[in-house]
Write a protein that binds this ligand. Structure first.
Ligand SMILES: [Fe+2]
Length: 193
């Protein structure tokens, strides 16, 4: 495990390094690699003329799968082993809520959409259907109402759709440098941290 101390100056190169070393890993039974999935999700958001923050959320929504790459103190940030919790906890240190909230809730958004859009389920990939059960299945009525209270609901749902749309073999996208430049600009504008 890396012991580098992450800060605003090295987080983007750090993410680039993870992407370059591990991006070719397969993506949980899908037909694309992790890097293809990340790039395609970001590309979907970009094509939809989303904000830089939403494009960044789409790019980094699965970064929590790489928590083993982060310094040990980052493990404490996650309240459990779920990749969306870990990913958002890391991103929260550097990025605004427009980035980390869609990351935090991208699994729950699948459960939400299964509950409120009957046709959504039939569009899920086989791997995504398999994990849905492990993730608790569709939200129930009360959980739907609770989920809809999130002020970032719309962006959360849109990022989920870019995630779902980013699993096709052979799609050409801009490279990681293009999207990390966008992430860098979001980081630079985020003066809260
Ligand atoms: Fe994903």
């Amino acid at each position: 495990m890396s012991q580098v101390e992450l800060n605003r100056d090295n987080i983007i190169p750090f993410l680039a390094d993870i992407f370059n070393r591990l991006g070719a890993d397969s993506y949980l039974g899908e037909e694309v690699s992790m890097s293809e999935h990340m790039l395609q999700s970001a590309f979907k958001a970009e094509q939809a003329e989303e904000s830089d923050a939403t494009i960044t959320a789409a790019l980094l929504h699965d970064i929590g799968h790489y928590t083993g790459e982060f310094p040990e103190n980052y493990i404490e940030l996650g309240v459990d082993n779920q990749h969306e919790t870990m990913g958002s906890a890391i991103l929260e240190r550097f990025f605004p809520a427009e980035v980390y909230e869609p990351v935090r809730w991208h699994v729950e958004a699948k459960r939400y959409l299964c509950a409120v859009e009957p046709e959504y389920f039939s569009g899920l990939s086989d791997a995504s259907v398999k994990t849905l059960e492990l993730q608790g299945g569709p939200l129930d009525h009360n959980q739907v109402k609770e989920f809809e209270k999130n002020p970032h609901l719309d962006a959360i749902v849109r990022v989920r759709r870019y995630d779902d749309g980013g699993k096709l073999a052979g799609v050409l996208t801009p490279d990681i440098g293009h999207y990390l430049d966008i992430a860098q600009s979001v980081l630079d504008e985020n003066t809260e941290n």
